[in-house]
Design a protein around this ligand. Structure first.
Ligand code: IVH
Length: 673
């Protein structure tokens, strides 16, 4: 196979998958398949520097750290929008537009789209190539965050599409993190104090990292909605613009972008988006209504800072005031003692809230919050509600200060405060609260994903001393479970079956499930790629780990420190003794076939087509549908058809089932399925 062709094909395929995923929200390949293609491309580019290209999708990784961001002047200012808050404001906006156009009876077409709660970004493409990415800054001048933006999967390094790209164009959009991906990342940050309050802070903090290697590890996304300076872009409306963006490979609001023929429709769409708010994968804080037609926009022009042709309609605040009744302390799996506010129940955006996070005792001091205070509580989407402010004017002097605990409220061990850390900690590794936290994490979705093992059940198992460590889970039998509260024969059987299933897991899941500080799902996956079995974790050195681009110093140190703890080494051995199997995730490039492509034709004597494809994949090969000169092998069974002839014409190696199995090193053909 010609390397240049293979590289080009890989780049095209990865761009296609990116576009499908980010622009059309279609998943054309699993994450593992995507990773396999990506790794193969990285390996080929490493081996063939002469074929390198600045627009390769692999260039979406970090560049060397910066000292500071350079400031850059936008080609056209990044404006802000006037705000509206309710239906009356929306109708006022429409009236103002028609009056300004000098025809109150005019029918103006509007568009409506989500107002994404992220950070503004301006991308400049010259002849279709990304040359600059800048933050909004003061609207005239922003910061050059090109190296960081290049790491975002939904920021194309080159514009796609059939037509020749414009000479120069500024594209405006919003960088954000999807709620679920943000939550998964944030939960992987072991220190409560290091976690981000919400996806917007996370997006903003991640986009403004001086080391783009850090940004590259963050699950950022971007959606684009406007033009800045544009030369040679002939679009006449917002609807055209959205279609053009999509043809260039830019993610847009997609199905959430609507064209409305009347203002009544706009009002309805706004209500629909507000109702759908929690179901959207990303945070939105309102909608943006725009005059569709660009010629009308030109006539309408701008007031001082805002365009007359658009308005942001803010959703109702998800904030309320209530009284702080008490502060309880929750003990996490790392032993962190987190103060939790107990509140007089209050409805916020349709949900009754009775407790909220106070983060840590430094935060309590910063807010100067006391028991009995009236406080503001904010609930943002899926995020845990939090106390944001004290209403100092409401104090009557009866409020009592909150005192930090000196001991763990669960096991009584004196609390410790690590140097330079704001977190109080219970140092007792067998503290029942820590054990419960560790087991809940071990069984959670991103880890071993034990179905039916809920929090209440874990509490019971630990309280009754049936389980002292994650390994004990695999020793539970039906008879242990049946006597538990809210357990019947059937649910006990189901749980035993779920544990049996979870016993056969993957290395990345296990590593994540161990709850090592600074090891989230992504780092776990990378570390898993460097080892073969769980116990190998104990052999890794800080140098080994730091040499890996995506693993930071903190994570490397935490992994080594974890392994040095005898209890943890014992846990790995105990898991092994309990029959846990953690297989490395199979990826192309990992097997002996290094991404070689296979086409299967005809009926094989023993293997079904699916089985054959799975076997090929297991060994790092890649089953493909159509034969081409780039195909490495044709596997031919009975009645092979025209593919066999083609393969012979192209000089492609032809294998029968036995030869395939031999090549794969799988001597026994499985019985027919
Ligand atoms: S249009 C001149 N559309 O909200 C028009 N802005 O105050 C430029 N935003 O700075 C903005 N979602 O960062 C537009 N669908 C959307 C948006 C959006 C979020 C942000 C943007 C802008 C601010 C407006």
């Amino acid at each position: 196979m010609d390397v240049a062709e293979r590289i080009a094909a890989l780049r095209a395929r990865i761009e296609e998958l990116n576009r499908a995923y980010y622009v059309r929200s279609e998943l054309l390949a699993s994450d593992a398949e995507y990773d396999a293609l990506f790794r193969e491309l990285v390996a080929l580019e490493d081996a063939h520097p002469e074929l390198d290209s600045p627009t390769s999708p692999t260039k979406k990784v970090g560049a060397p750290p910066l000292e500071a961001f350079r400031s850059v002047t936008h080609g056209a200012p990044m404006l802000s929008l006037a705000n509206a808050f309710d239906e009356a404001d929306i109708r006022d906006f429409d009236l103002r537009v028609r009056r300004f156009l000098g025809d109150e009876d005019a029918r103006v077409r509007y568009t409506i789209e989500p107002k994404i709660d992220g950070v503004g970004l301006s991308l400049t493409y010259e002849d279709g190539v990304l040359v600059l990415a800048a933050t909004r800054g003061d609207s005239e001048t922003g910061e050059d965050v090109t190296a960081n933006a290049r790491t975002i999967r939904s920021v194309p390094l080159a514009l796609g599409g059939e037509e020749p790209p414009p000479a120069r164009v500024e594209i405006r959009g919003e960088v954000f993190a999807e709620k679920a991906r943000f939550a998964a990342f944030n939960e992987g940050i072991a220190e409560a104090a290091d976690r981000y309050a919400n996806p917007r802070n996370f997006a903003s903090g991640s986009l403004r990292q001086l080391d783009s290697g850090i940004t590259a590890q963050r699950p950022l996304d971007a959606i684009f909605y406007a033009l800045g300076l544009a030369e040679g872009v002939d679009v006449g409306s917002q609807a055209d613009l959205v279609a053009r963006f999509e043809s260039w490979g830019l993610r847009t609001a997609g199905p959430h972008f609507r064209v409305c023929e009347t203002i009544d429709e706009v009002v309805k769409e706004h209500a629909r988006l507000e109702a759908a708010r929690d179901e959207l994968p990303f945070e939105i804080d309102g909608t943006v209504i725009k005059v569709d037609d660009f010629e009308l926009r030109r006539v309408l022009g701008f007031r001082t800072r805002n365009p007359r042709w658009a308005v942001a309609v803010k959703f109702k605040a998800r904030e309320a005031s209530t009284r702080l009744l008490d502060v309880e302390i929750s003990v996490g799996r790392t032993g962190a003692l987190t103060p939790v506010a107990k509140l007089e129940p209050v409805g916020i955006g349709g949900v009754t809230v009775s407790s909220a996070s106070l983060h840590n005792y430094d935060e309590i001091a910063r807010l100067d919050v006391r028991i009995g205070d009236r406080v503001l509580v904010e609930r943002a989407g899926d995020v845990i509600p939090k106390v944001t402010q004290v209403l100092l004017g409401e104090r009557d002097g009866a409020e009592t200060p909150i005192v930090a605990p000196t001991a763990c409220p669960v096991c009584g061990t004196p609390a410790q405060r690590d140097e330079e850390e704001v977190v109080l900690r219970c140092p007792n590794v067998v503290c029942p609260a820590r054990v419960k936290g560790a087991i809940k994490h071990f069984a959670s979705k991103g880890a071993l994903d034990v179905e039916g093992l809920g929090d209440k059940l874990v509490d019971q198992l630990v309280d009754r001393e049936l389980v002292r460590s994650p390994a004990d889970l695999f020793r539970l039998g039906k008879d242990d479970l049946v006597p538990l509260e809210r357990m019947g024969e059937r649910s006990a059987e189901k749980l035993v079956a779920a544990l049996e299933k979870a016993r056969h897991t993957t290395l990345p899941r296990l590593l994540f499930g161990l709850g090592i500080r600074h090891v989230g799902e992504r780092v776990a996956e990378i570390v898993a790629g460097r080892i073969e079995k769980p116990l190998d974790l104990l052999e890794l050195t800080a140098e080994d780990l730091e040499a890996v681009h995506e693993i930071g110093e903190k994570a490397a140190a935490a992994i080594v420190a974890w392994g040095a703890e005898p209890d943890n080494a014992a846990l790995l051995r105990d898991l092994d003794a309990a029959g846990l199997e953690a297989r490395p995730e199979v990826r192309a490039g990992a097997g002996p076939l290094d991404g070689a492509t296979f086409v299967i034709t005809g009926t094989l004597p023993n293997l079904s087509r699916k089985d054959a494809q799975n076997l090929i994949k297991k060994h790092g090969g890649k089953p493909v549908g159509a034969i081409s000169r780039a195909t490495d092998y044709l596997v031919a069974g009975e009645k092979p058809g025209s593919k066999l002839k083609k393969a012979e014409d192209y000089g492609i190696k032809v294998l029968d089932e036995a030869a395939l199995l031999e090549l794969l090193g799988e001597p026994d053909p499985p019985s027919p399925s």
